[in-house]
Design a protein around this ligand. Structure first.
Ligand code: NAI
Ligand code: PHE
Length: 354
């Protein structure tokens, strides 16, 4: 990765801290607080360098700013990255508890400018632990007064985005469509279930054989993780990590559309242009995966009930259709069109569904 990507960053604030005892490096990046306090999840993963961790946090924080803006949510964007010394599953419970304590201390020092929540390798139970030390936490378990996991509502929103894409792309209903889901975790598993129930044929890829065995039980066809970009399908749904589509992958992708949950699906802007040139509809992730933010911010900040969360999550399909229309009208890739819509929406008075 180019170190300039991490350093040439125009966000508001960066906090870093290293803990020698656990070998963990903590990064919090606040991209924008122009439209409210920054919010974004905590991602725990291994990184090759501090530069990589900083760059990932910057991109993820910017995606949160765009997600809040295009979703008309009154928050800014931020993200935490916990750079682990070993794979998450190899970290013992006592070490993980100390890591969460230090992370909560860091969040608390920002005094409410940044609110965290669950993301890859963190869940509601971890949010409960953070909340013992800091108040600035979304997604605690329901028993502890939080909104609980955001994953199901994220999947519901991605499914709405798929329906809108199928309509806009002239693919019709789900009957007979082939959908390839990469990553059968908290979001991907729900998404695969909904798509299969709607009549689609499901192809699935995961590095975890237990997830694959689970999916085979309800009729999904496994494909090797390395073949996701060359296996023909109607809709490719990246629901694992980001940066899955660079220019080379965009040139060989054998799908009519890309609609997934993963944050930052495109590894580079040019990949969006290649997809557009090849007439592959790309649904920008910060539009499609906003169901989690509607669930967490809606419930915990705006006081929404389940019906209002559902109304706003359904509206993801309409927002995405607007993005496709702007893309066609202005002759720009859908990612650029979604940024245009986010700018327009933050310039106009807020209007949320419900
Ligand atoms: P998760 O950690 O529960 O699931 C990820 C799945 O991907 C796991 O089953 C893992 O084994 C699999 N995986 C990892 N590398 C893979 C590879 N190379 N090929 C195939 N499978 C692979 O994560 P979760 O919560 O389901 O999130 C998925 C994505 O959606 C992440 O990028 C996350 O940032 C994004 N997202 C999640 C939201 C939420 O509410 N959970 C909200 C918005 C975005
Ligand atoms: N990490 C999730 C996302 O990327 C859910 C989340 C939303 C976490 C808002 C905190 C705040 O959307």
């Amino acid at each position: 990765m180019n170190p300039d990507d991490a350093l040439r960053w125009e966000g508001e604030l960066t906090l870093t801290r290293h803990d020698a005892d656990t070998g963990t490096t903590f990064v919090i990046r606040v991209d924008s607080i122009r439209h409210g306090r920054a919010a974004g999840g905590t991602r725990a993963a291994q990184y090759a360098s501090l530069t990589d961790a900083l760059a990932d946090a910057a991109r993820l924080a910017e995606a949160m700013t765009l997600k809040m803006a295009v979703s008309n949510l009154p928050m800014g964007g931020g993200k935490s990255v916990i750079a682990l010394p070993a794979p998450r599953q190899d970290i013992d419970a006592a070490t993980w508890k100390r890591i969460l304590y230090l992370h909560a201390e860091n969040i608390d020092r920002l005094n409410g400018a940044y609110w965290t929540g669950p993301d890859v390798n963190t869940n509601s139970a971890d949010m409960d632990v953070l909340s013992n030390t800091t108040d600035f936490v979304f997604g605690r378990s329901v028993g502890r007064g939080g909104a609980g996991s955001s994953a199901v509502n994220t999947a519901v929103g991605v499914f709405e985005a798929m329906k809108a894409t199928a309509r806009f792309g002239g693919m019709g209903g789900f009957e007979g469509l082939t959908i390839l889901v990469q990553g059968l975790g908290a979001v991907g598993a729900h998404l695969a279930t909904m798509a299969a129930q709607a009549g689609a044929r499901l192809l699935v890829a995961d590095v975890d054989s237990e997830r694959i065995a689970w999916a085979q039980e309800f009729g999904c066809t496994p494909i090797p993780p390395a073949r996701v970009s060359t296996t023909p399908c109607d809709i490719f749904a990246p629901c694992a990590m980001g940066a899955v589509i660079d220019r080379a992958v965009a040139r060989r992708l054998s799908a009519s559309a890309v609609v997934g949950a993963a944050n930052n699906i495109l590894a580079e802007d040019e990949a969006g242009s290649v997809l557009r040139d090849r007439e592959i509809l790309y649904a920008p992730d910060f539009v499609t995966n906003a169901g989690g933010a509607f669930h967490l911010v809606g419930r915990e900040v705006l006081g929404w009930d389940a019906d209002v969360v559902a109304d706003n999550t359904r509206a993801i399909g309409r927002t995405l259709t607007q993005v496709y229309e702007i893309s066609v009208a202005e002759g720009i890739p859908t990612d650029a069109a979604a940024r245009t819509l986010a700018r327009r929406r933050t310039a106009a008075p807020t209007s949320l569904a419900g």
